[in-house]
Write a protein that binds this ligand. Sequence first.
Ligand code: PLP
Length: 417
Amino acid sequence: MHDFHYSNNELFCEDVLVAEIAGEVKTPFYLYSYEALRRHFRAFDDSFKGVGHLTCFSMKSNSNVAVLRLFANEGGGADIVSGGELYRALRAGIDPGKIVYSGVGKTVEELEYAVSSDILMFNSESEQELIALNDVAKRLNRKARVSIRVNPDVDPQTHPYISTGLKENKFGIDIKKSFEQYRVAAGLGNLTVTGVSCHIGSQLTRVSPFVDSLRKIKDLIAGLKDAGIRIRYLDMGGGLGITYNEEKPPLPVEYAEAIKKELGNTDLTLILEPGRVIVGNACILVAKVLYTKSTGDKNFIIVDAAMNDLMRPSLYGSYHGIRAVKAKGGQRIKADIVGPICESGDFLAKERDIEPLDRGDLLAVMSAGAYGFTMSSTYNSRPRVAEVMVKGNIYSVIRKRETYEDLVRGEEIPDFI
Ligand SMILES: *Cc1c(COP(=O)(O)O)cnc(C)c1O
């Protein structure tokens, strides 16, 4: 995370003091580095030079319109999983011809919105969805381009909650049965079969599961060709991992080389749906210490950010680095970093070896750009925090901190109470 660096023991994001931003926007807030976002996008996208490809950023990892605009400017598309994400993508200026739509439960209204928007491709996850999509396209007098999301049944060797490519997961259609589904799709008049897609899981730290699923998909595409069904797009999904602690995931270029090698010479266009690998390490969550206390042999550092702001530690037991915004040195202690929420599961870090922090000190929760703000909620009626982006020596709020009025917007007390 070299766009977040120390100078004279003070943490900077690019050329701006993190403490200065905290002074103005107050805490907590998510802080993005423009330079890191752009560099990560380019590093990924450039790795696939030499094969026809489209990088469709996975919006569920981060959907702020400013972040999306940055990727749109780089030629990126989007992988969406809801009508709301489609709305955000279009608002950000992403070309609908570069949007792919995944997810097991697309509603009829969402299908209508996406068909009318003429998106590139629907990654369909069931026979009923294919039929519903065909009906919608027929009613709108359009043709919808589809791929079938196949479940290749490979073990991504990641956390079970973020593994999606095993037979027991709800996602996709068993690759062995997908041939039959392709026949169904090809027989539906308002669908154009154009792709095969898969997404086997997230935070993968090895390339072999990707290569294994690609091998199975290549066989499927060859079989389809023999049956007269021509595939143009091969969507490999996302899932490449990042370093939160000591993981050593492959670099994007290693991932790309492995895929290109297995793919060989081809006229297929690759679609990639990276999320975490682009945004994860381009952002930190800045919080302030409210109180510290010790109970017996345990130390607690109570901060103003909580599980509603960053859910990953509570949800998956995920590791996020914790750094002092102003490094003071001194005797390190072991402590739990916890938030104000009334749940024992509300923690950002456990049993962490950390330099001593006092009331009012700022700390940074590292690697917070993916599944950070997007998973946040207002639980305990805590307004959602601000998001800020730095570029060089300037910064800008890219999402205002919510207010108490925002919390109750839309709520009504009916007459009968
Ligand atoms: C979540 C998801 C992604 C992105 O996963 P990352 O691990 O963040 O790269 C891509 N495609 C689909 C279909 C997804 O559900």
